[in-house]
Design a protein around this ligand. Structure first.
Ligand code: ATR
Length: 286
């Protein structure tokens, strides 16, 4: 006997982003844009929740009227323990999206598909014949990027980090295709790289610039920065000056939001130029 189809999920309800602090989050701007655009009877809010209250807050998520939530710094690792994570969230070691499904709170990591979808949109065919990628940084964002790259059959991922031990721990987590390196290895790694990704906090407003020499990169390489505040980082400006394809962090922010919205409100939203312009305007001056 065939299983009856499960009832469609509602197109109403509330979702939120949980962080500490959370004022800087652009997720409300993105999701409320879609809510209005698609005429849903829904709302997306900010919830400032300190780490010692995170578990209790999540336990009451449904009672508070939420059908799901985004989770941001510093709760992305803690989110794994308060919900049922999928394989990808487990491997990455962090979750950014929670949703209720049949009374069970589930968790995934949409940074992975956000990174890959944005690369596809901004640098078509970026992975054609790609043999080696260099990832700068070894935190949660780097783990999501590496997971995404391995899903696209990139032959080798070279993880370069200030603290070598963290790069090694990341590589150990993913197996032989991922190798850890030191900052001093960068020149020789770039010479062979079709993709360079910055996942460090260098270049963010208030942080030092990422000062690396892109000269060794092949002419057809793609340079991606996860930093989106500011939108135009020194790394991307340098890449553009050299005629390399440059991919900014705003696209990933927009694309990672799709999976949450779809799960909460049963509708897959589009990342459009209008939405990008709205968030870009909000980032001016950052
Ligand atoms: P996330 O989870 O968002 O990726 P994170 O775990 O704090 O954040 O990681 C930040 C990354 O930026 C790390 O790779 C960090 O390097 P260390 O592991 O050596 O700390 C990197 N980073 C931050 N400040 C840096 C700096 N001044 N120079 C080089 N790397 C830096």
């Amino acid at each position: 006997m065939t299983k009856p189809p499960s009832p469609p999920r509602p197109r109403w309800g509330a979702a939120c982003v949980i962080g500490w602090p959370v004022a800087h989050s652009r997720s409300p701007l993105i999701h409320n844009y879609w809510i209005t655009r698609y005429g849903l009877d829904a709302e997306y809010r900010r919830e400032a929740v300190p780490p010692d209250q995170f578990k209790d807050f999540i336990a009451q998520l449904s009672d508070r009227g939420y059908v799901g939530a985004n989770v941001t710094v510093p709760h992305k690792e803690a989110a794994l323990a308060v919900a049922a994570p999928d394989e990808r969230a487990k491997v990455v070691g962090a979750a950014n999206t929670l949703w209720l499904e049949g009374g069970v709170l589930r968790a995934t990591n949409t940074d992975v598909e956000g990174f890959i979808a944005n690369l596809g949109a901004a640098a078509p065919a970026w992975d054609r014949g790609l043999r080696s990628a260099v990832v700068l940084g070894a935190g949660g964002a780097a783990r999501a990027v590496v997971f995404g790259l391995l899903g696209r059959a990139v032959e080798r991922v070279h993880v370069v980090n200030r603290t070598f031990e963290r790069a090694k721990a990341l590589a150990d987590r993913f197996g032989g295709q991922v190798k850890p390196f030191r900052w001093s290895d960068l020149d020789r790694l770039l010479a062979d790289a079709g993709l360079l990704v910055n996942t460090t906090s260098l270049g963010m407003s208030g942080q030092p610039e990422l000062a690396i020499d892109l000269a060794p990169l092949p002419a057809d390489a793609v340079v991606a920065d996860l930093v989106y505040a500011p939108l135009k980082t020194a790394l991307l400006a340098d890449a553009r000056r050299r005629g390399l394809r440059a991919v900014d962090g705003l696209g990933m922010l927009l694309h990672q939001a799709v999976g949450g919205f779809e799960r909460w409100f049963n509708l897959r939203p589009q990342v459009t130029e209008d939405l990008r312009a709205l968030v870009e305007a909000d980032l001016i001056g950052t």
